[in-house]
Design a protein around this ligand. Sequence first.
Ligand code: ZN
Ligand code: MN
Length: 450
Amino acid sequence: MYQPIIGLEIHIQLKTKSKMFCGCSADIWQEEPNTHVCPVCLGLPGALPVPNKKAIELAQLMGLALKCELAKESKFDRKNYFYPDLPKGYQISQYDQPLAVNGELKTRKSKGKTTTQISKLLRIRRVHLEEDTAKSLHEADSTLIDFNKSGMPLMEIVTEPDIRSSEEAVEFGKKIRQVARWINVSDADMEKGQLRLELNISLKKVKTQKSKVKSQNPKAEETLPAYKVEVKNINSFRFLGRIIEYEIKRQTKILESGQTPRQETRGWNEKGKTAAQRLKETESDYRYFPEPDIPPLIFSGKYVESVRQKLPVLPDELKDRFISKYNLSEGVTNQLLESREVTDYFQSLANFDLDPKQAANLILNRPEVMRRAPKQVAGEILKSEAEVLDSEEELKKIIQKVIDENPSPVAEYCDGKTAVLQFLVGQVMKETQGKASPQPTRVLLEKLLV
Ligand code: ZN
Ligand code: MN
């Protein structure tokens, strides 16, 4: 029996006004090719990079949200390799002094209504900053290059290989996306390439069910398989799941035949199948060395504290609060927490002295209310809907009273003399002093008489 050992590398484009090391606008989506370029991001000789302060802050904010330690000293390094979309022949990245290290992310499932338990822990190895490459467009007999994307700020999040299934990988991937959106460091829109996934996967032999590695305890997995397969450029969570399932089957076959899968980087196709691309590079292939054009980064305690102040309450904390304070179900809570905008709106309604369950339902079932109505109006809608409901409850009580007090007309009605209904409606009107409207009263009466 084999157990998958999975780690993720997630590249997220940061939401900054300008690129990572130059003043070019970072607003490049669907812009004319090669219109957002300058000597720095075109890699022209002699051009000097200047780090984007905002990008550094956003990556640090993500580090804090993932419970990492922030480095007091950091630096940029050159990662050397040749590819046409990399005009300098190296990518400015971070090697041995990333901005943040040793974080964690938990998935939580609620048990009962008040307690939230941790179901799985994923350790975050590091968060670092780098520049994106240009974009190649392959045509029939030529390749075109658009340098708009060259030098865009990219944050890379590397996890430890703590993931044990395709479901977990997708769950954690989505959770990282949720956090990035929540703290507003990126829109993380995968269709725009703002979030890209890389996967590393190997299979570990497990002897018996009992000796199965407990993933909550990282110490239990000190011995990792002797090989690792990487799959790059995964642009959807659906494909991530499929690719993992495919690799589990493929690697199991190889291992069962007594061989070891090759250490390599694989590509994938639309069916989720992977194919060998190249033998995996080792770190030494990149000849990393410190970027001589950028001085080391030193962060004061005061600065780090100022970044920490910018961190909002995270979804996990709110989840506990929503479930215990507002008595909402886990499903509804998760739906609300999918976006910070929806959550904020819900909280302002809940503070409005409205029933939180009704407020949540209104927002989730009728999103147009949130889009169109200012909070005050949504409050009024909810309140008037609550009144209708209340008075229907009230009406029911009165009808029941009329039924109880008029046994013989009720018996006649039940015998098929439906004309008696008019008399009973009249009794209800009398009882409510004409406030009930006849049509709903008739409908309710018929219901209650069955
Ligand atoms: Zn530029
Ligand atoms: Mn990278």
